[in-house]
Design a protein around this ligand. Structure first.
Ligand SMILES: [Zn+2]
Length: 270
């Protein structure tokens, strides 16, 4: 958790910034940005418009620990239930890009649940809830931590992958701030994490999340050359195609979130 000191600071800042903008967003603005009106479309497959923002939610640990990065299992279930009640359908990050890149149809109100770092409670606490509601999710795991105390092991990753609900993707080998790596180091972090996940899980890895959300444009061509289709930061905003496939934003989920009413419109950049 020491590694995530920067993320803690960002969370505190986000908490402060979230209080003010909410008051300035009118109800009309909220409804215009993300209309919930047409319930007839809820179960209908749609061709996703590239200009339409999609909520990509960022979780870390699903546990009872008191931390801005931890959501309790009970609260996670409340959040998921409310998302489903609003007509959202959880898809994977891979699904989102398949829709944007190939025109594959999606449920009318897609949402992406992502979990960073690969904590063991993603299996013990989150996975049973995902299964209960048949909800898909994307895990960004630190491959060098797999099997270590508090982290997922290969057996758990295999079970989740086999369920068809969980897509395991890369979060590097050692969780470095990639801005400060040499080209050789960056290549190792991205290629080795991809290789080991592909070998053990018998799948293609094509999604990536930057540790601490830190990135630099100079790595975009390298990501592309290695076969990564998209990379996510921790910038707090709805995800849009126009953000660029290697600098995608996500919405941070806070322990107290319920998503009971207009889940995402009050989230802004910070
Ligand atoms: Zn991380």
């Amino acid at each position: 958790m020491i590694k995530h000191l920067g993320t803690y600071v960002c969370s505190l800042l986000a908490g402060v910034w979230l209080i003010f903008p909410i008051a300035h967003l009118s109800q009309k603005t909220l409804e215009t940005r993300f209309s919930y009106a047409n319930h007839d479309l809820m179960q209908t497959a749609i061709q996703l418009n590239r200009s339409e923002p999609v909520p990509v939610l960022m979780y870390h640990s699903i546990s009872f620990e008191k931390s801005p990065l931890c959501v309790s299992p009970k609260q996670f279930e409340i959040q998921l239930r409310n998302l489903l009640k609003h007509g959202f359908t959880p898809i994977t990050a891979r699904d989102l890009f398949r829709a944007w890149d190939t025109g594959m149809k999606l449920p009318s109100r897609p949402v992406v649940l992502t979990f960073d770092d690969g904590y063991q409670d993603n299996y013990t606490h989150a996975f049973p809830i995902l299964k209960k509601y048949k909800a898909k999710a994307t895990l960004f795991v630190i491959t060098g931590s797999i099997g270590k105390p508090r982290y997922l092991n290969w057996g758990q990753l295999e079970i989740m992958e086999r369920s068809g609900l969980v897509d395991v993707e890369s979060h590097t080998v050692t969780h470095p701030d990639v801005r400060h790596l040499t080209r050789k180091q960056f290549y190792y972090e991205l290629a080795e994490s991809k290789r080991v996940l592909e070998t053990r899980l018998h799948k293609k890895v094509c999604m990536f999340a930057y540790p601490y959300g830190k990135y630099t444009k100079k790595w975009f061509p390298v990501l592309s050359a290695m076969g990564y289709q998209a990379a996510f930061t921790t910038k707090n905003r709805l995800t849009e195609y126009a953000q660029g496939r290697y600098s995608l934003k996500r919405l941070r989920v806070f322990p107290h979130d319920t998503f009971s009413h207009f889940p995402f419109e009050d989230r802004v950049d910070f």
